[in-house]
Design a protein around this ligand. Structure first.
Ligand SMILES: *Cc1c(COP(=O)(O)O)cnc(C)c1O
Length: 642
């Protein structure tokens, strides 16, 4: 027997940067509900949060993009709010790849191993001090794993690791890399995450009251929990699953049908046939959970479809994405009108402690001298004192922004040898290179762009960063095209592609740029979170009305592209949008940026920066997001299981 390893961690041992435990908890009602036994006391009201990637710490790059960063921010805010939420993920052997570009702009990938000794990771051991070893089914064999704990404040992230001598060599390779192109490996990873993850909780003696699967990769955890509950409750598999349902929450992140993962039933049967036999149901009936047309044996198994079926509450990640998802999945509920399809939405948010530059935080906390420094959390100041940001003196905000911008441009100079203009309007564009994000849109008319960037009175410049998935040839071609265009003599010195977009580079860009550009094809951006990070730092958004921006946009905090119409992927529409980008830059953004008052400050611009900081801190923080999940989903789920 071992104790719950999350229990005895003293707060003074907590070392992670950016986590503030002295926040007057917004979730005190949750703690009180626990104390009043409104929540089953033996449970502790624990929430198990499963995700295939976590972007918590730049030194632990087991994330490839927005989904992982979101999961990391979710864990951080939950820990700050005192919510007993446990993360479950995979410790891959290699870091997500480092991107190198050849002189011709060809992306090359470098894979380095994660050096565990340099991280606050501890292996979980049992009472006799031997490693706890779990197993997940793989065909006739079993995949063994050990468990690492990574502390997140008072909470934990548990990471499964199959690279152990108990496994044959080929099994040790399964989690070598995150999101492998090979479907078999991918399935094996998802079996580990879901089934292994749920078994790991049992080994850790953690009995979750809520299971939150963040994206469909961890779907199998739900089947495993239902299986575990069958014998003690003397229930059939389907009755057990039905009884579990009120505790299951599923968040979908994928607004395009192609993005939703499906598996070939033949492959699935090889890996899980024997395991599913233990449910006492027919193989075909199990497959039906993942089939839109149940009984159609030609249909592949969709992880999203099955997750929507087994979850009590499903949600998308912005209001618009909710609408898109209800339309996409309405065929699962043919008897009800589309707006009643049970897919709700909780708009994403970002962790202010991580993504707001310390210098901006200091400006805000300085406005509230009545608090002891250890009580200071930017979010509570902004929530309780709407004037906090308005009362920052213009000069202080401008000087702070200029110094963050200088830091960024000095870093750019160190990396590239190119000296950028510290007075020019600096536009940031950083995101994954995938077709729908239209990374090359701003280069549609090179002459016009050159004229805008090289305007002597009102110069501008563009910094670009982002990776393409190693298998995505179109994404890689986009990077080549952009690198080539940035070297065109018309743009030379005004546009630069920065290699290896990651959390650190993201932080430097969102804090140091003036404008954050985003031009996806609506509605393919489920939420987008980099724009929120920019907004927190007073970098103003200029974006298509997609994802979060469709609900955040206001002409007093930023600019829009288009009028909120969905795209149909036509060339005319690309040309229309690029013209609009040039027009808005020339006629609105640049004149406003260069308009100075009698003190030499861009007062109107600074007004927008302040509103942007206030709005994103209040409405698009992961603290607000986690509170919403807790109030709308977690607590009702726990109560319903009493
Ligand atoms: C925030 C972040 C993302 C996600 O941003 P999007 O706006 O969704 O593209 C991706 N990668 C990194 C490194 C980030 O910090």
């Amino acid at each position: 027997m071992m104790n719950d390893p999350t229990k005895n961690i003293a707060k003074d041992l907590i070392t992670e940067p950016g986590i503030n435990h002295n926040v007057e908890s917004k979730l005190s009602w949750y703690q009180k509900a626990l104390e009043r036994n409104e929540i089953a006391p033996e449970s502790g009201g624990k929430i198990a949060y499963f995700c295939a990637e976590f972007g918590l710490d730049p030194k632990l790059p087991i994330y490839t993009g927005g989904l992982g960063i979101l999961a990391g921010d979710h864990l951080k805010s939950a820990a700050e709010l005192g919510l007993p939420l446990i993360g479950i993920g995979i410790l891959y052997r290699h870091k997500a790849f480092e991107q190198k570009l050849t002189p011709a702009g060809v992306q090359e990938e470098r894979y380095n191993e994660i050096i565990k000794e340099q991280l606050p990771l501890t292996e979980i051991r049992g009472v006799d001090n031997s490693l706890l070893i779990g197993e997940a089914p793989l065909g006739e064999r079993s995949l063994k794993f050990k468990i690492w704990r990574y502390p997140v404040g008072v909470n934990s992230l548990y990471l499964l690791d199959v690279d152990i001598p108990e496994n044959p060599q080929e099994f040790r390779e399964i989690t070598s890399r995150i999101y492998p192109g090979d479907k078999t490996l991918r399935l094996q990873q998802e079996i580990l995450l879901g089934i292994g993850g749920m078994r790991a909780l049992r080994l850790l003696k953690i009995e979750p009251n809520v299971i939150h699967i963040n994206e469909g990769h961890a779907l199998f955890s739900i089947f495993e929990k239902a299986r575990q509950n069958m014998a003690p409750a003397e229930l059939s598999f389907s009755a057990s699953l039905e009884r579990l349902q009120p505790s299951v929450i599923f968040t979908t992140h994928t607004p395009t049908p192609a993005g939703n993962e499906v598996f070939d039933p033949v492959e699935l049967r090889k890996a899980l046939g024997k395991y599913v036999e233990s449910f006492g149901i027919l193989w075909e009936s199990w497959l039906d959970y993942g089939r839109v047309n149940q009984g159609d044996s030609s249909e592949w198994f969709s992880m999203t479809c099955a997750a929507l079926r087994v979850a009590d509450k499903s949600n998308a990640v912005s209001a618009l994405h909710g609408q898109t998802s209800r339309g996409m999945w309405r065929m699962l509920w043919p008897e009800i009108p589309e707006d009643k399809v049970p897919i709700d939405s909780v708009t994403n948010g970002v962790h202010v402690g991580t993504w707001m530059a310390p210098q901006i935080k200091a400006l805000i906390t300085n406005t509230d001298q009545s608090r002891r420094p250890d009580e200071i959390a930017v979010e509570s100041i902004v929530e309780e004192n709407a004037q906090a940001i308005q009362s920052i003196p213009n000069e202080n905000l401008w000087n702070t922004h200029q110094s963050l911008k200088s830091e960024l441009l000095e870093e750019v100079a160190r990396r590239s040898g190119v000296n950028f203009d510290h007075t020019a309007l600096t536009i940031g564009f950083a995101r994954r290179f995938t077709t729908y994000k239209r990374g090359a849109l701003i280069f549609s008319d090179m002459n016009r762009l050159s004229k805008i960037l090289r305007n002597q009175k009102r110069p501008a410049q563009i910094l670009i960063a982002g990776k393409a998935h190693p298998m995505d040839q179109d994404g890689k071609a986009l990077i080549r095209e952009i690198v080539e265009k940035s070297r065109d003599e018309r743009l030379m010195g005004r546009v630069l592609f920065l290699e290896n977009y990651n959390m650190n580079l993201a932080m430097a860009l969102v804090a140091g740029c003036d404008i954050w550009l985003n031009n996806p094809r609506r509605p393919e951006e489920a939420s987008g979170t980099s724009g929120m990070k920019a907004g927190l730092n007073g970098c103003l958004n200029f974006s298509v009305l997609d994802g979060w921006w469709a609900e955040a946009y206001d002409k007093n905090i930023g600019w829009k592209i288009g009028s909120g119409e969905n795209h149909d992927k036509s060339l005319e529409e690309d040309s229309r949008d690029s013209q609009e980008i040039y027009d808005t830059l020339e006629n609105e953004i640049l004149p406003l940026f260069f308009k100075r008052d009698q003190n030499g400050l861009p007062a109107d611009w600074l007004e927008r920066m302040k509103r942007s900081i206030a709005l994103t801190t209040e409405r698009f923080s992961s603290r607000r997001m986690v509170c919403e999940y807790a109030e709308r989903f977690y607590l009702p789920a726990i109560k319903s299981r009493k």
